[in-house]
Design a protein around this ligand. Structure first.
Ligand SMILES: [Zn+2]
Length: 300
């Protein structure tokens, strides 16, 4: 299996959006984005926001699960595979993350009735008392400021950065438009500005590359922002999925202690996410898992 890779403090694996693998026709669940063969290092530089991750050096090393694998690239469901290193090695924690995707040019589609938001999903997470991290684009925050504030002022949640425009930071990237030259740092800063402008307070210095696409140049470009790039090791496949059972199964098959799952908080493009969460949460709790936000996972 390709594990969630963290070298030097950066978590990487892939990204959600139109690019995410659909459940039922999955690429390997742990498959990273096209450029994510190597993990970038912690992006150095002064944090532009609080609370900053100064000195954060997460130990987060995934190993192949013990025992026979169930198939190529497929971790053994429910196995007691060793998870992260350090004190929390046996801690069965999992972080559900939800990408709030909205591309800079999708305003007219939202006006025409397309739902880039999913308040029912957020309400469900609250009912189930599941902490979660929302990777939000700045454009989404501008479109749904009340929801952004609601998420960002609820201690159950935290908001991380998914760029302003959801354009690609390296090309090609699933047909996403590419950030113009010199615009990468501004993408991150503009997203933080848009998110904070809504009144959201729990904003954390983590960043997920749109489409999971990055290269050395984009890593270098983001260094001054002080963000830590966080991707995932479990692809839920919820983007454009119509079969909630398949999404839930893919998550349950992929999760190991310390896993980071990518899902979406955009109803039109990920209509069965809520139903999948409804299945996944009790099943993982039954296995002894506890849900944590990314910041807690990183602290571990
Ligand atoms: Zn995305």
């Amino acid at each position: 299996m390709t594990a969630l890779a963290i070298l030097g403090g950066v978590v990487l694996a892939g990204c959600g959006g139109p690019e995410a693998t659909r459940a039922g026709t999955p690429a390997p669940a742990s498959s990273p984005g096209p450029a994510a063969k190597t993990a970038p290092e912690r992006m150095e530089g002064p944090p532009t926001m609080a609370p900053g991750p100064a000195g954060l050096t997460p130990v987060f090393e995934r190993r192949a699960p013990a025992g026979p694998a169930t198939g190529p690239g497929s971790p053994t469901p429910g196995s007691a595979a060793p998870g992260r290193g350090g004190e929390a090695a046996d801690d069965k924690v999992v972080a559900l993350t939800f990408d709030a995707d909205m591309t800079a040019d999708q305003g007219p589609r939202a006006e025409a009735g397309e739902h880039f938001d999913n308040p029912e999903l957020i309400a469900l997470l609250r009912r189930l008392k599941v902490p979660a991290t929302v990777f939000m684009t700045g454009r989404w925050a501008e479109e749904y400021p009340d929801q952004a504030r609601s998420i960002g002022t609820d201690p159950l949640f935290e908001i991380a950065n998914h760029s302003y425009s959801h354009y690609a930071f390296s090309s090609p990237c699933y047909g996403l438009p590419t950030v113009e030259e010199g615009g990468m740092r501004g993408e991150v800063e503009r997203a933080f500005d848009a998110i904070r402008k809504t009144g959201a307070r729990q904003v954390v210095p983590y960043f997920r590359f749109p489409g999971g696409c990055y290269d050395d140049a984009s890593r270098k470009a983001l260094a001054p922002t002080g963000v830590t790039a966080v991707q995932w090791d479990v692809v839920s496949g919820d983007a454009f999925a119509t079969d909630a059972d398949a999404v839930a199964e893919q998550v349950l098959d992929g999760v190991e202690p310390g896993s980071l799952v990518v899902m979406h908080c955009t109803r039109s493009a990920a209509p069965v996410t809520g139903e999948a969460v409804r299945q996944v949460v009790p099943a993982l709790r039954e296995r002894g898992y506890r849900f944590v936000k990314v910041s807690e996972l990183m602290r571990g």
